[in-house]
Design a protein around this ligand. Structure first.
Ligand code: PGA
Length: 259
């Protein structure tokens, strides 16, 4: 179980699913079941087009709103992009940055992700910075090297005073949407490595407060054992976040782990 300094966080990444009215329906179901929960953090990350209506449905419940991506630029001629300030304006608290689908399908690299992390922090948005190795990396034994590079580059220039706003997510690419989950031991090993790098950059006290989520086929059946690992501080949930009946049990597993 993580230290009491770190409240578990369960974030749903809806990806390109749910229009505004479907999003409202799902949000209302989740709010109805766990909307008053205070022992764990719950974040919903709908597509841009559903942010406003999902935010309204979250209302004054304890859920929080997050976006799935943002521009590194602040304004101007960037057709199709959405700025950090625009997301704040819709009452987003979090933003996912550097998801492996953005890296693989839209060619985002660590340097761009670093610019997005800085832009998010400059606008009072809390970035959920995604990291993770591919199957090739794991099989060739380079997971540790890849994670080291991703953490150092994505967080370059972030000051210790900003560290409290950071959330990291370890998502092995081979586990995303595949039904293959990292074993709790595999997850813990990488989470501990990431924690060590955070110690180096921000000092022990601050590093111990930063949450490191696990993502990749997390579901009700495996959530408890993953969340029981000392450095697993929550989950970034894709497929299982698309229905209250699969998402809420993960939240409940986090509540049980906390209690
Ligand atoms: P998954 O996705 O839970 O469907 O594996 C996780 C993610 O991509 O954040």
């Amino acid at each position: 179980m993580p230290t009491p300094a770190r409240k578990l966080l369960i974030a749903g990444n809806w990806k390109m699913n749910k229009n505004a009215s479907e999003g409202v329906e799902l949000t209302a179901d989740i709010v109805g079941e766990v909307g008053t929960e205070t022992s764990v953090g719950i974040v919903l990350c709908p597509p841009f087009t559903a942010l406003e209506s999902v935010g309204r449905t979250i209302g004054d419940s304890n859920l929080q709103l997050g976006a799935q991506d943002m521009s590194a630029e602040s304004a101007g001629a960037y057709t199709g992009e959405v700025s950090a300030e625009m997301l704040r304006n819709l009452f987003c608290t979090f933003v996912i940055v550097g998801h492996s689908e953005r890296r693989q399908l839209f060619h985002e690299d660590d340097a761009l992700i670093n610019r997005k992390v800085r832009a998010a922090l400059a606008n009072n948005l809390r970035p959920i910075v995604c990291l993770g190795e591919t199957l090739d990396h794991r099989e060739e034994g380079s997971t540790e090297k890849i994670i080291d590079h991703q953490v150092r580059t994505c967080l370059a220039g972030i000051e210790p005073e900003q560290a409290d706003q950071l959330v990291l997510a370890y998502e092995p690419v081979w586990a995303i949407g595949t039904g293959r989950t990292a074993t709790p031991e595999m997850a813990q090993e990488v989470h501990a490595q990431i924690r060590g790098l955070l110690h180096e950059q921000f000092g022990a006290e601050r590093a111990e407060r930063i949450r490191i989520l696990y993502g990749g086929s997390m579901k009700a059946e495996n959530a408890a054992e993953l969340l029981a690992q000392p450095d697993v501080d929550g989950g970034l949930i894709g497929g299982a976040s698309l229905a209250a009946r699969t998402f809420v049990p993960i939240v409940r597993a986090a509540i049980a782990e906390t209690g």
